[in-house]
Design a protein around this ligand. Structure first.
Ligand SMILES: [Zn+2]
Length: 212
């Protein structure tokens, strides 16, 4: 089986995405790019994450032609492929409809630096204008809005995150959902005080050296 390890990772992180409350049922989708194979493994369309097996994960080439797998790839394959074209340093894309990030996206707001953990994305999370799910226009809007950020809100839809591997993409999705929740709650009590640009630069520096 091609890309067995990556396919298994998509199975595992799909379950993790449901368990951590970032999505429900078959909502959202995940993909991993293998530079070695020049192929992409992507979650199948419309199968409950608890039922997906490695064989259900679809392998496609850089333009979305089926290479291996008997299932239909995620309906959002288009923006996954566009992100691998636009961002050479990334190898994993996560898309969720997580509730707080989506709430902010339904207001057509960005998420500002309300908490230093916004650094998982950059100094904010930008917003991509609305377009129908699965459309080329949505892929174009995402590429135009994400720039060098690791996260982007999709108006009236959800959240997309990218990273150097699946673990980091997933962490971005989890942390940005937390920041979205904090922003929502802070906004309901008053006017949140933002972290200033100089401090966000210091945090970004520390983030690049953080970890083991
Ligand atoms: Zn979606």
């Amino acid at each position: 089986m091609l890309m067995l390890q990556q396919r298994q990772q998509i199975v595992d992180y799909g379950v993790k995405m449901v368990r951590s409350g970032l999505t429900t049922g078959s909502g959202g989708n995940l993909s991993i790019f293998s530079a070695e194979d020049n192929l992409i493994a992507i979650s199948p369309s419309g199968i409950d994450y608890h039922d997906v097996t490695a064989a259900d994960v679809v392998v496609v080439d850089r333009v979305g032609q089926l290479v291996e797998g008997g299932r239909k790839p995620s309906s959002e394959m288009g923006f996954h492929l566009a992100l691998y074209d636009a961002r050479k340093e990334i190898t994993a894309v996560v898309h969720t409809h997580s509730v707080y990030a989506t709430t902010i996206a339904c207001l057509h707001w960005e998420i500002p630096a309300v908490h230093y953990l916004i650094a998982f994305s950059g100094d904010k999370v930008p917003l991509a204008p609305y377009a129908t799910f699965g459309s080329d226009e949505l892929a174009d809007n995402i590429i135009a809005s994400i720039g060098a950020y690791n996260a982007v809100l999709l108006a009236n839809h959800g959240l997309v995150t990218v990273g150097k591997d699946m673990e980091s993409s997933f962490n971005v999705a989890e942390e940005i959902e937390l920041v979205a929740r904090i922003y929502y709650q802070a906004k309901s009590l008053g006017q949140p005080v933002l972290v200033d640009n100089d401090e966000m630069k210091r945090v970004a520096d520390k983030f690049s050296n953080y970890g083991q």
